[in-house]
Design a protein around this ligand. Structure first.
Ligand code: NAP
Length: 314
């Protein structure tokens, strides 16, 4: 199993993190088995957010984890803050000091732990006052409540603004990436081409920026279509993506794994050493994904999948 260093932190982590946004669909017993399965296989990194099912996912996880009797220090808990919900919908983003601190305190309670290994600011807050973020991070860090900090869905200049004030290193940026939703990679191939929108730089060169600054890119929704909107389903075995599925099937056969494993291996092949955050709640599917960490796609295979996914070469 491939491990990566998490940014400039001292943490060595599996290259696949287990996303917990959909775990509310499991019974307590299934969830306990799911957690044990992950940890037994060395995938001990769990990604949460205060807003997943309005805190229910953290709460269910905290309860189930406590019952597994797995040692807290043998696993990594990551959570996020900064999205504000009202009536179940996102109504604002808030990186103010009190919001961050109160959110972490609530997450700690739900997860039944006294520290979070990594805290991410979930989505950019236009009204961000980085001095307040800095104060919140100082307080959380010095009290031992949060060990490492990161962001999610942020561009280089947004991170630079935070870095001007925040003392702790930003070690993670969690971004959406899948074969069918990879403009952060594909835009780099179309530099300066006036005849195509594919040349539009949508994120300020975030991949290169994170590589230069040693920030680990975590990739969320690795199997989601995304081009037609969030959570429209997976492209795997989806009849709307015949060429992609044919190519994934062909390469999966060569490596004796599933198409899911190849979709994960496609992300892991990027030399930025990204960490894939999966969202499946099925241990069988997760087992397939875990196999991806032993696969290194060739250049040719990587580009064949890229093209089959509807992406173009210049
Ligand atoms: N930072 C952010 O803004 C942000 C946003 C969204 C998510 N996240 C994080 O990223 C994690 C992953 O996100 P995600 O759940 O959208 O990722 P995902 O792994 O791309 O999607 C998981 C979903 O796809 C289904 N799926 C996977 N393979 C399939 C196949 N072969 N056939 C049919 N369905 C298949 C899964 O169903 P089964 O359960 O049946 O396998 C599940 O419903 C989340 O848990 C969360 O931790 C972060």
């Amino acid at each position: 199993m491939k491990k990566i260093k998490l940014g400039t932190s001292t943490l060595e982590v599996p290259s696949i993190a287990v996303g917990c946004m959909r775990i509310h669909t499991l019974s307590p017993k299934e969830l306990g088995d799911f957690i044990s399965f992950c940890v037994d296989n060395g995938f001990n990194f769990f990604d949460h957010a205060n807003v997943y099912q309005l805190g229910k996912c953290e709460e269910l996880f905290g309860q189930a984890f406590a019952e597994t009797k797995i040692k807290r220090e043998s696993v990594i808990f990551q959570t996020k803050c900064g999205i504000v919900k009202g009536d179940g919908k996102t109504v604002a983003f808030d990186f103010s000091k009190d919001e961050i601190i109160n959110s972490v305190d609530a997450s700690l309670k739900r997860l039944k732990t006294d520290y979070i290994d990594a805290l991410l600011l979930h989505r950019p807050d236009i009204l961000v006052e980085p001095e307040q973020v800095a104060e919140a991070f100082d307080k959380l860090h010095s009290s031992g409540k949060v060990r490492w900090f990161g962001v999610s869905n942020q561009k280089p200049m947004q991170i630079e603004l935070l870095r001007k004030f925040v003392k702790q290193p930003i070690v993670i940026n969690q971004l959406q990436l899948s074969i069918t939703n990879c403009t952060m990679l594909s835009q780099d191939l179309h530099v300066n081409q006036s005849y195509t929108d594919r040349a539009i730089d949508r994120d300020g060169g975030i991949v290169e920026y994170c590589r230069i600054k040693d920030i680990t890119i975590q990739t969320w929704s690795p199997f989601q279509i995304a081009q037609t909107g969030l959570f429209q389903g997976s492209f795997i075995d989806n009849e709307k993506f015949p060429a992609l599925n044919e190519k994934l099937g062909e390469i999966a056969k060569k490596y004796s794994v599933s198409k899911n494993a190849i979709a994960v291996a496609w992300i892991l092949r990027h030399p930025a050493n990204m960490q894939v955050v999966t969202g499946t709640t099925k241990t069988e599917r997760l087992k397939d994904c875990f196999q991806a960490t032993d696969i290194r796609l060739t250049h040719k295979e990587w580009y064949e999948i890229y093209i089959a996914g509807g992406n173009l070469l210049p």
